[in-house]
Design a protein around this ligand. Structure first.
Ligand code: HEC
Ligand code: HEC
Ligand code: HEC
Ligand code: HEC
Ligand code: HEC
Length: 159
């Protein structure tokens, strides 16, 4: 009993002492700090917004291989994904519910920067939700920019 207690306490201590690994949730430890920061790749190299809905989209795995020719251990899952034609399952960071109308297009046209809504992405090793996309935040910015705030602007009209 006492031993069990000590082990349990040690496990708790270890769990507290371990630095929070920030990459655990992504299949490959992709870094925006390296790619967008140090290498200064424009966002649109990988987020090309071809979708009618105004989604920015995530890059295809094959795009990564245009630069990464050599299969190193950190890139093993990427190469395996391309070989198996099973796209890497990136964990989403920014996502609004499907009942909300959303498109990047009018926002970029209105001059909003990526950083305004996503934070300093190019400085980040791992992305987390730094800027909230709650309804109140959307509406506050719409008010400040004289954009519409009718319910039906962002939601299906109810009748
Ligand atoms: C325009 C070229 C380019 C593209 C496209 C690119 N990378 Fe990189 N990547 C680099 C360079 C240069 C480095 C830094 C040198 C290195 O570690 O290879 C790097 C570093 C990395 C590292 C760290 C490697 C290590 O050894 O720690 C990972 C992981 C990585 N990239 C994954 C990706 C993934 C996943 C994609 C696709 C979403 C991608 N890269 C797209 C050029 C690129
Ligand atoms: C070399 C390719 C590459 C470049 C360049 C790049 N990204 Fe990304 N981006 C990715 C990949 C891969 C993911 C998915 C993994 C992750 O979240 O880190 C991603 C995820 C994101 C996400 C989270 C989306 C979501 O909902 O999960 C945002 C926001 C984002 N990128 C913004 C940017 C911005 C802003 C820039 C330019 C400053 C940029 N990215 C440059 C490859 C890239
Ligand atoms: C006005 C705020 C706003 C601006 C400006 C903005 N984003 Fe987004 N972004 C969002 C929201 C909200 C989502 C979640 C959308 C969803 O769930 O479909 C998102 C999602 C994304 C995603 C995930 C894929 C997708 O489209 O759903 C990427 C990648 C991304 N943004 C990159 C960028 C880049 C790069 C820029 C600058 C060129 C940018 N964003 C500018 C608010 C913004
Ligand atoms: C940076 C300020 C800002 C933020 C944050 C913002 N918006 Fe907007 N939004 C605007 C502006 C400005 C317009 C353009 C209005 C116009 O063209 O008349 C716009 C337009 C729109 C449109 C019109 C789309 C179309 O096709 O015309 C929708 C829908 C929308 N926003 C939804 C949202 C949602 C949902 C959020 C939160 C997730 C959000 N917005 C966050 C400023 C913002
Ligand atoms: C500028 C865009 C925008 C406008 C205008 C807007 N909404 Fe929303 N709404 C959102 C977003 C984004 C979400 C999802 C995020 C959240 O729950 O905050 C949402 C969520 C909701 C939800 C679900 C909340 C929950 O907790 O599950 C309801 C209900 C709702 N909106 C009703 C309304 C009504 C009623 C109006 C008009 C008075 C309205 N919305 C106007 C963007 C908007």
């Amino acid at each position: 009993m006492k031993l069990y207690f000590l082990i349990a306490a040690a496990v708790v201590l270890l769990a507290q002492a371990a630095p929070q690994p920030q990459t655990q949730s992504q299949p490959v430890g992709f870094s925006h700090r390296i790619h967008a920061g140090l290498l200064k790749l424009p966002c649109k190299t990988c987020h090309t917004q071809p979708e009618a809905g105004g989604d920015m989209t995530l890059p295809e795995d094959a795009l990564c291989l245009s630069c990464h020719k050599e299969e190193t251990p950190v890139l093993a899952k990427l190469f395996a994904a391309v070989r198996a034609k099973q796209p890497l399952a990136w964990q989403r960071v920014d996502e609004v519910p499907s009942y909300v109308f959303w498109s990047h297009t009018p926002h970029l046209a209105a001059g909003a920067t990526c950083e305004k809504c996503h934070g300093p992405v190019a400085a980040r090793e791992v992305l987390t939700l730094e800027v909230s996309h709650r309804m109140a935040d959307c509406i506050a910015c719409h008010r400040a920019n004289n954009a519409d705030t009718d319910c039906s602007f962002c939601h299906e009209p109810r009748n």
